[in-house]
Design a protein around this ligand. Structure first.
Ligand code: MF3
Ligand code: CO
Length: 252
């Protein structure tokens, strides 16, 4: 295909992201539907690759700074950027699945953490809280609000239940690239930071640990990160459009 000489207009970018976001949500829904005890994280990767091919889109993560897979898959204490492999998922685990695609030149990014089979009530409550942290944050992604409003929504929701926000990993602008300015941390003060503008597209990430916030990043693969205390970590991420009301572009 010939690269277009004219840059994409805002409205064209948004329309493509709307369409691409629905495709990505469909892909992630399908991948999550096969999560069950006994499968490996690589099984999820294989399914995602099939779905990416079927939908005629491109993976956004594979090849990004050398990342080797189309998904990031992290069971239990893995925080982000787990590389799919032969690790088996067991009943009672949780697993985070992060996926990104490029659709007609625009990028979409989303993630969910789900239970594997039956999990303890404590774990259900943890996942539920991280999910509500993301939806609260999304409700603040309105024109004229600030990056700090989003971060504060995430940290106040998580910390009110005794959980903690990972400092080193943050959300980000997304659209013509996977990672654009500004960084969108899951912490901040209300009214502080960059003002959000109409038509801005951002990936909001609630990255929450059940225990302490500290993480360790693998020296071996340079990607995988774990909680330092070995407790659970969960990740909920949506690509959203900033407008008079926030619009979720990756509706699951
Ligand atoms: N949602 C993640 C992020 O924004 C996924 C990126 S994986 C990478 O960091 F390999 F592309 F870095
Ligand atoms: Co992201």
């Amino acid at each position: 295909m010939v690269q277009s000489a004219t840059p994409l207009s805002d409205s064209e970018r948004i329309e493509r992201m709307r369409h691409g976001g629905r495709i990505l949500a469909d892909i992630l829904r399908e991948v999550l539907s096969i999560v069950k005890p006994g499968i490996t994280t690589w099984t999820l990767e294989e399914r995602a690759r099939e779905l990416i091919t079927e939908n005629i889109v491109k993976p956004a993560f594979q090849g990004y700074e050398g990342y080797p897979a189309v998904l990031c898959v992290g069971p239990n204490e893995i925080v982000v950027h787990g590389i799919p492999d032969e690790t088996v998922l067991n009943e009672g685990d949780i697993v985070s699945v992060d996926a990104g695609i490029i659709y007609e030149g625009v990028y979409l990014d989303m993630a969910r953490t789900v239970p594997v089979g039956d999990v303890p009530d404590e774990t259900k409550k943890f996942l539920h809280t991280v999910e509500s942290a993301l939806s609260k944050a999304c409700s603040f992604a309105r024109t004229g609000n600030t990056v700090g409003d989003i971060g504060h929504a995430i940290s106040s929701t998580a910390e009110s239940e005794g959980y903690s926000v990972v400092r080193e990993m943050v959300g980000h602008g997304v659209g013509l690239k996977l990672h654009e300015d500004p960084m969108i941390p899951g912490y901040g003060r209300r009214g502080e930071g960059d003002v959000l503008y109409e038509g801005q597209t951002i990936a909001i990430e609630a990255i929450i640990n059940q225990g302490r916030p500290e993480i360790i990043i693998s020296k071996e693969d340079g990607w995988t990160s774990w909680t330092k205390d070995g407790k659970l970590s969960a990740l909920f991420e949506n690509t959203v459009l900033v407008s008079k009301r926030c619009q979720i572009l990756t509706p699951l």
